[in-house]
Design a protein around this ligand. Structure first.
Ligand code: FES
Length: 164
């Protein structure tokens, strides 16, 4: 993980600031726009550093610790650098019955990382997720925004090759 220092130079772009303000104005309480604000910055930066978090909190006029609490609770917000592709394997009950443990082991071995880690080349980050809503086609994984179902280990191996 990259070391973060609070005095590192970091500035939100004007577009990011405008976007955050736009969402802030949608809501009565600016805390309600926190997730959107975090997503705006994460979309551009890949993750939310401590410095970014402070800058976002300033615009939202909420405390950084409040925002940190929200960012930590919401699993879609990354608090450390992640790979270019995020693999989420479903570990909820139906996928569990259909062998998600094998998928997890296969991915860990193939990518040479454990759950929650990122490959050395920053190509993949591996995370668990709860039900992706495709239980009738279990087992299921999601890579970035795309859901893949009825998986076999062979299909997963082919999928990995297609993501750079
Ligand atoms: S349990 Fe895996 S998609 Fe529903």
């Amino acid at each position: 993980m990259l070391k973060e220092k609070l005095n590192d130079t970091f500035e939100l772009s004007n577009d990011e600031k405008q976007d955050i303000l736009k969402h802030k104005n949608y809501y009565e309480s600016s805390r309600a726009s926190s997730i959107e604000a975090l997503k705006i910055v994460q979309k551009n930066r890949g993750w939310i550093s401590k410095r970014a978090l402070y800058e976002i909190a300033k615009i939202l006029e909420i405390s950084a610790s409040d925002l940190e609490e929200i960012a930590t609770f919401y699993s879609q917000i990354f608090r450390k650098p992640v790979g270019r592709n995020i693999i989420r394997y479903c570990d909820s009950v139906v996928c569990y019955m259909y062998g998600c443990e094998n998928i997890k082991s296969f991915l860990e071995k193939r990518l040479d990382i454990l759950i929650g880690e990122t490959t050395k080349d920053f190509r993949f980050t591996l995370l668990p997720t709860c039900c992706l809503g495709s239980c009738d086609k279990a087992p299921v994984i999601m890579i970035n925004d795309r859901v893949y179902s009825n998986l076999t280990l062979q299909l997963i191996a082919e999928l990995l090759e297609s993501y750079r």
